[in-house]
Design a protein around this ligand. Structure first.
Ligand code: GTP
Length: 326
């Protein structure tokens, strides 16, 4: 009678699991928390497995299902949660196995138990290693999607993310956030005169010169060909203006020195501030771009903010208008 009750319970649990699987399949596309749904699926699934293991009417071969535990757990839950769930259910399986067979000497032979244990841990280790390498590749892919291939700086996508995070923080903490639109002057002439290779090196050099002048908490991004965007946190438009001047000065006073040429370039910069120039990235960039064009129209190598007209840095632009000097 007990045997029949156990078997009926298992049939019922299996049918319930099939129905539940259909529901989970239906929810799969709608959920915004895949990990929670996976956990809500795997936990009852593995519990039904344990129920089947401990029933007297199931044979020893049913324990082979335990090999599914680390594979499914790691695939659906990732490295850490997968490992925890695997260890939990594999441990439970070991206890059930011992309770069921410890009085059956022909099944409790050291060699076969050692085989089962080693195989289980091999599958667990492989699943875990696979998940670690998958997570690493995903991270690398994500990082490269946010990087500019030439300069190694953050790209436009990274700039957007930085703005989303830092604009919220600026509002919350009530501190200023400024944006600089930076564009190299007469860069086409550098390419025309020395070729794209030197042009590329110039871009990388200017990026480095500017980065060295900024704080670690600021963001320098390459957002287009010879255009850069800079976010300065905890910095008002007035302070940003000073920073922009020091960048102009740094760029023009540190030419790129190659074997037998020296490439000297300058930058023009437009300044905008979160709040006075709008609250969206688009309005901030538009305001900074407008001022940048103004700087270009009024002779380049200068900074323009909301209230200021540009004032050129001291170096003469005449020689720059040739793009470079040898
Ligand atoms: N070497 C190199 N050149 C680039 C890259 N991206 C864009 N450019 C070049 O940058 C130049 C930009 O030229 P323009 O838009 O006329 O600007 P400019 O010559 O700097 O003149 P102003 O901005 O008006 O001062 C073009 O010749 C592009 O081919 C790049 O990744 N590498």
């Amino acid at each position: 009678m007990t045997i029949k009750l156990g078997a009926a319970l298992l049939v019922f649990a299996n049918l319930a699991m099939v129905l539940y699987s259909v529901v989970v399949l239906f929810l799969l596309r709608r959920t915004d928390n895949l990990t929670r749904l996976s956990l809500a699926y795997l936990f009852p699934f593995f519990s039904v497995m344990i129920l089947a293991f401990q029933l007297p009417e199931t044979s020893i071969t049913i324990f082979g299902w335990v090999f599914l535990v680390p594979i499914l757990s790691h695939l659906l839950l990732g490295r850490l949660r997968g490992l925890i769930l695997s260890l939990f259910f594999m441990g439970l399986t070991a206890i059930v196995f011992w309770l069921k067979y410890h009085q059956t000497p022909e099944l409790m032979q050291m060699r076969s138990i050692a085989n089962m244990v080693v195989l289980s841990f091999c599958i667990l280790a492989c699943s875990h290693a696979y998940e670690i390498s998958r997570e690493r590749s995903e991270l690398q892919l994500l990082q490269s999607a946010h990087r500019d291939y030439l300069t190694g700086l953050t790209n436009r996508m990274g700039l957007n993310e930085f703005f989303l995070r830092e604009s919220k923080r600026a509002h919350r903490e009530n501190w200023p956030l400024s944006y600089l639109a930076v564009d190299l002057d007469y860069f086409k002439q550098v390419n025309d005169q020395y070729g794209h290779g030197v042009g590329d090196e110039t871009l990388t050099h200017v990026a480095k010169v500017m980065k060295d002048r900024l704080r670690a908490t600021d963001l320098l991004a390459r957002i287009g060909g010879e255009e850069f965007g800079i976010f300065l946190i905890k910095t008002s438009a007035n302070e940003a203006h000073q920073v922009a001047h020091s960048l102009c000065h740094a760029v023009i006073s540190k030419p790129l020195k190659l074997k037998d040429i020296e490439v000297k370039v300058s930058v023009s910069i437009g300044v905008a501030e979160l709040g006075p120039d709008g609250d969206s990235l688009q309005s901030l960039m538009s305001a900074a771009d407008r001022r940048l064009y103004h700087a270009k129209d009024h002779g380049r190598n200068q900074v323009v903010g909301a209230t200021s007209l540009g004032a050129k840095t001291s170096e003469s632009l005449d020689e720059l208008q040739t793009g470079a000097r040898t």
